[in-house]
Design a protein around this ligand. Structure first.
Ligand SMILES: NC(=O)N[C@@H](CC(=O)O)C(=O)O
Ligand SMILES: [Zn+2]
Ligand SMILES: [Zn+2]
Length: 427
């Protein structure tokens, strides 16, 4: 028995949508029919009446932290995947900065097993570039690939040695795998919590300069050119990084990039005070950087949107801005934030936003999801574009409540998430 999703609206082009009935059967999209006021033959199938809500391909998030194993007080695969489902995500790629880090076949297997038994959405793990993310010795790339990782990254820290990064890229290129980089030169950061800008100046704090990110982006672009690897830049946040990536793409270097909602919506000038819910890495930069990230996304320099969902406990975030860990949660606010602030305002089309969170991440990483196509897996999300609701962290399925968006009144809330034909969450 399958499920008919009746009277959904599917984006056709720009802001245009078409009314469709979609039959899901055997985990696949079996039929997409025009909903011209008529009802299809339901047969013995179940029915979900979408009542005109938007039906999108399940959202894909290529940069998330599920914290398991080792930091289960922050998040688990069970809670993190439920949070993802509430945010409309059906496929998520988890970062390896767990404890132990994901640098062995055993840990990859552990994560995949947990995801299978306790998770509700598809989880794709990354493996570390270096053992323990210490930057000293490469992991066994072939073995990790064999175990099921989709790429290599030391997210959480930058790979400080250029030679180590070059070796990693050469190795990854030789087996057709991408290198995903958290770009940060430690010598330029040294303990700062916020970016170099008006907020840090006002509070007499040492700032994180833009170059700490962009120096790695520039270095790695040259190394990607030399090695031919697919190089993907994590959480781009500076004007300089956008410029370097734009130039690299122009001359045909295989570089792709991602940006987070918070770097598109907030600058350091918005930080209300010394509150660790506004502390994340990379930090909120200047309004000029925010503008550059938006332009980079719009002209295709930045390929995709990711959340960098980074839950931490309330106790950890209450340690004061200097000691609190970097990171904010992202799953359950991403789509409503971007829909309300960019699509409703007319800056972007609905198609543009959805592509950046579905089709394009799939294309960048060569994944088979991200579209609504007959015969393809039924990863689908229903979204209510009408109802307004304020962000309330108490409602999150995530263990993390660490968000700077509390109280923001938004539209575009997901109401149902389906993975391979199975409803994994609905309101
Ligand atoms: N983004 C963050 O502020 N924090 C991430 C690490 C990372 O993505 O670099 C985390 O693991 O908490
Ligand atoms: Zn990072
Ligand atoms: Zn991250």
């Amino acid at each position: 028995m399958g499920i008919w999703i009746l009277n959904a609206r599917v984006v056709s082009a720009g802001n245009e949508t078409q009314a469709k009935h979609v039959l899901v059967e055997g985990g696949l999209v079996a039929r997409i029919a025009d909903a011209d006021g008529t009802s299809p033959d339901i047969g013995g199938h179940e029915v979900i009446d979408a009542k005109g809500k938007l039906l999108t391909p399940g959202l894909i998030d290529m940069h998330v932290h599920l914290r398991e194993p080792g930091f289960e007080h922050k998040e688990t695969i069970a809670t993190g995947t439920r949070s993802a489902a509430r945010g409309g995500f059906t496929t998520i790629a988890c970062m390896p900065n767990t404890r132990p880090v994901i640098d062995t076949v055993e840990t990859v297997k552990y994560v995949l097993d947990k995801a299978e038994t306790e998770g509700v959405v598809r989880v794709l793990p990354y493996g570390c570039i270096t053992k323990n993310e210490l930057g000293r010795e490469l992991t066994d790339f072939e073995a990790l690939k064999e175990a099921g990782v989709i790429g290599y990254t030391d997210d959480g820290v930058g790979v400080q040695s250029a030679q180590m990064m070059k070796d990693a890229m050469a190795k990854a290129a030789s087996i057709g795998m991408p290198v995903i980089a958290h770009c940060e030169d430690n010598t330029l950061v040294e303990g700062a919590a916020f970016s170099e800008g008006s907020f840090a100046r006002k509070h007499g704090l040492k700032g994180i300069p833009n170059e700490s990110e962009a120096i790695h982006v520039g270095r790695d672009i040259l190394l990607a050119e030399a090695t031919g690897v697919h190089y993907h830049v994590c959480h781009v946040s500076t004007e300089q990084s956008v410029r370097l990536i734009r130039q690299a793409k122009q001359i045909g270097i295989k570089v792709t990039a991602e940006v987070c909602p918070h770097h598109l919506l907030l600058s350091d000038e918005d930080i209300p005070g010394l509150d660790a819910n506004w502390k994340m890495n990379p930090p909120l930069r200047t309004p000029r950087d925010v503008q550059a990230c938006i332009e980079g996304l719009m002209d295709g320099t930045i390929d995709i949107i990711v959340t960098d969902h980074a839950p931490h406990s309330e106790e950890e975030k209450a340690r004061g801005v200097q000691l609190a860990p970097f990171g904010i949660v992202g799953f359950e606010t991403a789509f409503p934030l971007l829909y309300t602030k960019f699509v409703e305002t007319g800056a972007w089309s609905l198609e543009f936003l959805i592509d950046k969170m579905t089709k394009l991440p799939a294309e960048v990483f060569g994944l088979p999801w991200g579209t609504i196509t007959e015969g393809k897996p039924a990863d689908l999300t229903l979204i209510d574009l009408e109802s307004e609701k304020a962000v309330d962290p108490a409602e999150f399925a995530s263990k993390g409540r660490n968000t700077p968006f509390t109280g923001w009144v938004l539209k575009g809330w997901p109401t149902l998430t389906m993975v391979e034909g199975k409803v994994v969450w609905s309101v």
